[in-house]
Design a binder for this molecule. Sequence first.
Ligand SMILES: [Fe+2]
Ligand SMILES: [Fe+2]
Length: 194
Amino acid sequence: MSDTRIQALNTIRAEHRTLAAVIHNLKDLLAEVQAGRMAVDFPLLWSMVYYIDAFPDRLHHPKEDEWLFRLLRQRTHQADALIDELQRQHTHEPQALGEIRRWLGNLQAGVPGSMEALMRTVSTYADFTWRHLKVEEHELIPLAESHLTTTDWDEIAQAFAQNADPLSGFGQADAFHQRFRDIVQRTPAPLGLA
Ligand SMILES: [Fe+2]
Ligand SMILES: [Fe+2]
């Protein structure tokens, strides 16, 4: 296996784990609040929403679309239907996050029933994202491993290693890692990130 293939896949999987951890924490935090074991911490909840918007939605998914998916489509048609579906999910992502924002805002405004609606929305979002990541890891990546060339992996690894986001001007990826550390540190035990 080429070094860049390992490097690219490690980065993609690490980004999936980070996203899954933030969503998992978001879900658990809300359950703790709902159970009356924790006070609601709006800055922390908004930070999690910000992170999902700024990192996976604006960096991770676009890089998959522009590099991994695009190159795989060039090498084989075997993955076309799968890529179509994954790209539909990428397009749906901001809308799904918008629903979370809406109910989180309503909760902050004290709108009755918004806690239950937020929990339902986050749970649906968690399932949706979990399925998405699982399909990418278990179905898409194996096809990529069979069909992509060493040069393709070089390009993909380079794209995923890029710190600066060329589209949104969000700056360095390190800022996102810092943001993620903040979220983890601010998430009370025993949640946090194991
Ligand atoms: Fe994706
Ligand atoms: Fe992904």
